[in-house]
Design a protein around this ligand. Structure first.
Ligand code: ADP
Length: 387
């Protein structure tokens, strides 16, 4: 059980304060809240506010007596099934006087009250109420789990539909390219067609690679090939991989690295993939001619890599969700360039496998975004940070 159970409530109804006080003292126990009412009306008010596991009703009260109160309780769905113990003045025909009252647990106890008898009866109802709470909590958890499964299932269906579409488009283009190549003699045109086909195949390969990575990571099958590397080499590989995307959109790119060497113990290929992915996203989600910066700071055994853009920004409510697989900001879909919402999930998993973390900051729509990756460095060094 993940959440603690709420306390059990018992309701005591008696017109005499001293009776209420002594009953309360008798029944007191952990995780039990005792509600006290001096009249039937007060009791009905309390019943509106609380779920009650047992009602202990004095039969003889001025105004509404215990039996009338019980009739009222039977009249409402909310209180119909509350077990009742009537406290009677000791005449055995009280049972007969209470008619038409068959449903639910009803018990009688006579004054003077035998404490042990009442306590053991009350304990039975306490346990019953607890069991009901446990069952209700389990039902809630099951319902939540089943809702989550339905959502996940729907997202998987949507994903498969998009994936099929994304795979079919480049395949169709490649097929058309082959037909054209068969017909054309012109060497220049053939080279252009081959180039296009190559790009499409590159895109397909990237998509399939990401998909494979995701399933490997979620099955815990990914193995990092960690080695000691200087950060500069990784950054260089990442920038090279993203250069085409940055140039195509005519973005201004700036790189801010520490003067001193920063050594990491990471899988250099995976880490370059992380940075390249963030740079590609910055390029995609920034209108042409934007500004993109990669800033690295190293301090006290930690490295912070920040990829900043002045693009479309990310709404606040999506800022944690985008790190989950298949999550995309719906208004951004036209810019996703065939992306399926896998990249950031993969990035986060790789960063976390390295003992690091990733977060995003964005002041919202059109306010740009800044993704910061934090990683442990191999040995703490004093590093001067360039402005
Ligand atoms: P994809 O880009 O393929 O959709 P990602 O997992 O890389 O998948 O990103 C998930 C979503 O996060 C994107 O669809 C986009 O809505 C949002 N996003 C990612 N990077 C940025 C960015 N730099 N600026 C604005 N939105 C971004």
């Amino acid at each position: 059980m993940t959440r603690p159970l709420p306390p059990v409530h018992f309701l005591l109804v008696d017109d005499l304060e001293e009776n209420l006080v002594s009953l309360e003292a008798l029944l007191k126990r952990d995780e039990l809240v005792i509600l006290k009412a001096r009249s039937g009306d007060e009791a009905l008010e309390l019943l509106l506010e609380h779920d009650v596991g047992l009602a202990l009703l004095d039969v003889q009260m001025p105004g509404m007596d215990g039996f009338e109160l019980a009739e009222f309780m039977r009249g409402s769905d909310r209180t119909r099934n509350i077990p009742i113990i009537f406290v009677t003045a000791g005449t055995s025909d009280a049972r007969r006087r209470f008619r038409g009252y068959e449903a639910g647990a009803v018990d009688f106890i006579q004054k003077p009250i035998e404490s042990d008898v009442l306590r053991s009866k009350a304990n039975v109802f306490f346990d019953l109420c607890r069991q009901r709470q446990v069952v209700a909590a389990q039902r809630d958890e099951l319902e939540a789990a089943s809702r989550a499964l339905v959502t996940a299932d729907r997202r998987k269906d949507e994903f498969l539909a998009t994936l099929a579409h994304e795979l079919r488009n480049p395949l169709a283009a490649v097929k058309a390219g082959i037909r054209l190549l068969e017909r054309r003699e012109d060497a220049g045109q053939a080279a252009e067609i081959r180039d296009q086909m190559d790009r499409r195949i590159g895109y397909l390969t990237r998509l399939v690679d990401d998909l494979l990575d995701i399933s490997r990571i979620s099955e815990g099958k990914i193995s990092l090939r960690k080695e000691r590397v200087e950060l500069r080499a990784i950054v260089q590989a990442a920038v090279e991989a993203s250069q085409v995307d940055l140039d195509d959109a005519n973005h201004a790119f700036s790189l801010d690295l520490p003067n001193e060497e920063v050594w990491l113990e990471v899988d250099p290929v995976r880490m370059a993939q992380v940075i390249a992915n963030l740079l590609n996203n910055a390029a995609k989600y920034t209108p042409p001619g934007g500004n993109i910066a990669l800033k690295v700071r190293a301090d006290d055994g930690r490295v912070e890599l920040c990829v900043q853009d002045d693009g479309v920004g990310i709404p606040l409510d999506m800022q944690t969700r985008i790190f989950k697989i298949f999550e995309q900001v719906s208004e951004h879909r036209s810019r996703a360039a065939g992306g399926l919402g896998i990249g950031l999930a993969l990035v986060r998993q790789i960063v976390e496998l390295h003992g690091g973390s990733i977060a995003v900051e964005s002041a919202g729509e059109r306010a740009g975004s800044a993704f910061t990756v934090k990683l442990p460095a191999v040995s703490p060094r004093e590093i001067t940070v360039t402005a």
